[in-house]
Design a protein around this ligand. Structure first.
Ligand code: FMN
Length: 198
């Protein structure tokens, strides 16, 4: 039996820290992570996390062997084929640009091609959009992708668990992403786990 295989795409929207936490949680859950980072995604990893190039050690919290990296320029890489069987793809964070291109059926890079294949194969595609406010174009693109089977999961943390740090907010979002992907985790972020606490 192979491990659970998840494609993680990072695009040029703010919120690189979410990508880092999602990748490290997937690695911790013993998933086989296939990582694709757009050109602007690499810039955000540098600007927001201080990474010099793709720092797999930092992205996986010390489990770099869990990750296989694919070049975003190589649409012929494995995640760009519908025959590459996987359990889900998440784009975290997802720019309005990448959302729009997926909604328009364009596949100019591996992130877009892998997303397109995920939709056509009726596999799970989770789009962690990060932009505010939204134009009607963004909203219509979200509706189009939703009709095609994708799941729009905006980076929009809740505050009802009384977060005390940025890490708490990031954990809340990353845990929700894993929930939507159907991957287990041990983060204490569910409302039912807090019911009855004072
Ligand atoms: C510092 C910085 C922050 C950005 N933040 C966002 C963002 O939060 N959301 C967004 O949709 N685009 C954002 N952009 C714009 C995208 O990076 C730009 O549209 C780019 O073409 C996206 O390319 P990609 O989708 O291939 O990664 C940002 C750009 C920069 C340089």
């Amino acid at each position: 039996m192979r491990k659970r295989r998840i494609i993680v795409a990072v695009t040029g929207a703010s919120g690189a820290i979410y990508a880092q936490r999602v990748v490290s949680l997937l690695a911790e859950a013993d998933c086989e992570v296939h990582l694709v980072v757009s050109k602007l995604g690499r810039r955000l990893l540098h600007d927001e996390l201080g990474h010099d190039g793709l720092d797999l050690e930092a992205l996986t919290d010390g489990r770099p062997e869990a990750v296989q990296v694919h070049s975003d320029g190589d649409v012929g890489a494995a995640p760009g084929s519908g025959s590459f069987v996987h359990e889900g793809m998440v784009i975290v964070p997802c720019s309005a640009n990448t959302l729009g291109r997926i909604a328009g059926g364009m596949t100019e890079n591996l992130v877009q091609r892998a997303a397109s294949c995920t939709l056509k194969e009726r596999r799970r595609l989770v789009i962690c959009h990060r932009e505010t406010p939204l134009s009607l174009i963004d909203i219509e693109n979200m509706a189009t992708v939703t009709r095609a089977g994708g799941i729009i999961a905006p980076m929009n943390p809740g505050f009802y668990l009384n977060p005390e740090s940025i890490g708490d907010l990031v954990d809340y979002m990353a845990a929700r992403v894993l929930d939507v992907l159907g991957v287990g985790h041990e983060l204490d972020v569910h409302w039912d786990e807090h019911l009855g606490r004072s």
